[in-house]
Design a protein around this ligand. Structure first.
Ligand SMILES: O=C(O)CCC(=O)C(=O)O
Ligand SMILES: [Fe+2]
Length: 322
């Protein structure tokens, strides 16, 4: 059945002592992940003040002239990406109309050892000197959302009929890049060819997205119609990515989406992409495979898979199809 709206799921029930409440939550998650691949999470528990601080810092950073921001471009997978550098949809006319700043896992304490071997996905963060509170604001928000994100894995396990701790030993140092995104106001001629971020699926297990009040996110349904996912204050948009759809042999859906800012107001959003540990093999989980539903995907590590998608988005190799 085709969906016509993105469901809203109340996560306060994850903390309930009533087992029926938790079961009802898992059922909502299962329905959303198998039919839509998207849902809003409300009552997620992330402090609104942390969000306020990071949005203030990112707005201040992106307001700088391009020359200042270009100092933070790095060859690797962290730092600044200018407008139109990426093209998420290879069929799209121009590049994506957004600029981004990407942050990798790092501890909040600047003196702590944040080195971590992520193999071919290893990256070191760069931190703009302006505004000075950028690092603290970004990482404080990041770690609060990381905590919420990790709490979703056991619920996904239950929704898949797996033991609740199934993902625990596979998410001890989970991949979780965060991107701060700025979609400029579009004042010229705007048509379907001018997209903020072209039609794509995400690469990791799932994404937690905060979006501001401007709107523009759209999700493709089974009838090939774009369904709006409008901003709902106090929620995150959660969507399944290709890693988890492969891993579950397509039990969970990784749904095509895009963002188009057709207003003359700039838009900001912050996705965090949650993956398993990079060294985990994401071949279809045994319980998702049967004689009727043979494994659709070969074995590959999460790092190899994500790296191939990253290279495709950067035009380094032909698109690696999910
Ligand atoms: O900005 C948005 O609303 C969507 C961003 C997105 O889909 C992505 O970064 O993968
Ligand atoms: Fe996305």
């Amino acid at each position: 059945m085709s969906f016509h709206a993105v469901p809203v799921i109340d996560f306060s029930r994850a903390r309930s002592t009533d087992p029926d409440e938790r079961l009802a939550l898992v059922k909502n998650i299962k329905d959303a992940c198998t039919n839509v691949g998207f849902f809003y999470a409300k009552n997620h528990g992330v402090d609104a003040a942390l969000l306020q601080n990071v949005t203030k810092a990112m707005k201040s950073f992106f307001a700088h002239p391009l020359e200042g921001k270009q100092k933070w471009i790095r060859e690797g997978v962290a730092g600044y990406t200018p407008i139109q550098k990426l093209r998420h949809d290879p069929n799209q006319y121009g590049g994506d109309m957004h600029e981004a700043f990407e942050i990798k896992w790092e501890l909040l304490d600047p003196l702590a050892d944040s080195s971590r071997d992520d193999g071919i996905m290893s990256a070191t963060n760069v931190w703009p000197d302006e505004p000075p509170e950028f690092r603290l604001a970004a990482l404080s928000y990041y770690h609060a959302v990381l905590k919420f994100g990790l709490s979703i894995f056991p619920l996904f396990a239950l929704a898949l009929g797996l033991p609740e701790n199934f993902f625990d030993d596979k998410t001890t140092k989970p991949a979780a890049p965060m991107r701060l995104l700025h979609y400029p106001a579009q004042t010229g001629i705007v048509d379907d060819r001018t997209v903020g971020i072209g039609a794509h699926t995400d690469w990791q297990c799932f994404t937690l997205l905060w979006q501001d009040e401007v709107g523009g996110l759209q999700v493709l349904n089974q009838d090939n119609k774009w369904i709006d996912a409008p901003p709902i204050p106090g929620t995150f948009v959660v969507n399944i990515g290709d890693q988890l759809s492969r891993w579950t042999n397509d039990t969970f859906k990784s749904t095509v989406h895009r963002a188009i800012n057709r207003t003359n107001v700039e838009r900001f959003s912050i996705p965090i992409f949650f993956g398993s540990d990079y060294d985990v093999d994401i071949a279809p989980i045994a319980t998702c495979v049967s004689e009727d539903r043979p494994a659709k995907y070969p074995s590959i590590t999460a790092a190899e898979y994500v790296r191939s998608r990253w290279e495709a988005a950067h035009g380094i190799v032909a698109s690696a199809k999910a």
